[in-house]
Design a protein around this ligand. Structure first.
Ligand code: BG6
Length: 291
């Protein structure tokens, strides 16, 4: 399918591992969306390095989440004892592209959905849609509707892997003074007064009650990425550092030097309960500028 050539261009093709994907070009940027997990696997503005990071070791296989980009986490986050596996089950399912539109300004919107999700007893009656907007900025909106007769509770997260120059020159600001749960120390609550998070060891922090925007400053690439969000009370900041990188099969031993995850969602005590007929929209807007 192709949209207006002077504005946005959209091509459906088979990417790595023959997985179906969508390539998008706009006057400002290019992007890729894999149907596997509805994973936005690239977004790059003209004259800038890529904004998103994907591992060279990502498997790109059916039923396996892509290691990088923006995996969609639903209906649970992490590894609760009563749930099968980590980070829900939609990041490894094949979504369907439902609609592509290109407004006159040249941006492109792709709407995906996952029709099967409501059959799961973990979120009965759920309808999942995902609206990705590509232009000067990247927007991603996960829309959960309860079409069933009963309420259900869920966690959600847009697990965003940001590409960076050398991690030693990266800082994440916007969360100063806020308590977080330290997943490296069995979710010990900690308050950090530092003005920004520097990554010089394994970082795995879950900030609850944190609806505010964050910024990722990158000294090497001389860029600031701004993460704005709506209907997201949680932010997770993660870098696996040396030992965990080595343990992960689909993550290069040294790749922790080039990425940081700043994840937007609603997890743990920020989980959402959705009444019958209700809709929840988790939205992020990612923008960048040189510094
Ligand atoms: C983060 C978690 O969100 O995801 C980390 O806070 C976890 O603890 C990371 O290691 C990656 O998870 P996975 O399942 O993609 O390897």
């Amino acid at each position: 399918m192709t949209t207006h050539p002077q504005t946005g261009r959209v091509v459906f093709l088979d990417g790595s591992g023959d997985l179906p994907m969508i390539e998008i070009r706009t006057p400002w940027s290019s992007a890729e969306i894999h149907l596997l997990g509805a994973t936005v696997s690239q977004f790059q503005k003209k004259n800038e390095p890529p904004m998103l990071w994907v591992s060279k070791f990502s498997r790109f296989e059916k039923d396996v989440p892509i290691r990088g980009g923006i995996p969609v986490i639903f209906p649970w986050f992490g590894k609760p004892a009563d749930k099968p596996g980590q980070h829900g089950f939609v990041r490894q399912q094949m979504w369907e592209a439902k609609e592509v539109s290109s407004p006159p300004d040249g941006s492109v919107f792709v709407r995906l959905h996952l029709p099967s999700v409501g059959a799961s007893p973990l979120c009965p009656g759920a309808l999942l849609e995902y609206l990705v907007g590509i232009g000067e900025q990247l927007t991603a909106e996960l829309i959960v509707t309860n079409q069933g007769p009963q309420s259900f509770a869920f966690e959600d997260c847009l697990h965003t892997y940001f590409a960076t120059g050398d991690i030693s020159g990266v800082s994440v600001s916007g969360l100063q003074g806020q308590e977080y749960l330290d997943a490296v120390q069995n979710f010990l609550p900690i308050k950090d007064a530092a003005p920004a998070i520097r990554v010089d060891q394994e970082v795995d922090r879950v900030y609850l009650n944190a609806p505010q925007a964050t910024e990722i400053r990158d000294e090497e690439w001389k860029r600031v990425i701004r993460v704005e969000k709506e209907n997201s009370r949680s932010t997770v900041v993660w870098n696996p550092w040396i030992a965990k990188s080595k343990r992960m099969q689909d993550f290069g031993d040294e790749e922790y030097l080039q990425m940081v995850c700043v994840e937007s969602g609603n997890v743990r005590t920020d989980a959402i309960t959705l009444a019958p007929g209700a809709t929840h929209r988790l939205k992020v807007k990612l923008s960048s500028k040189p510094v």
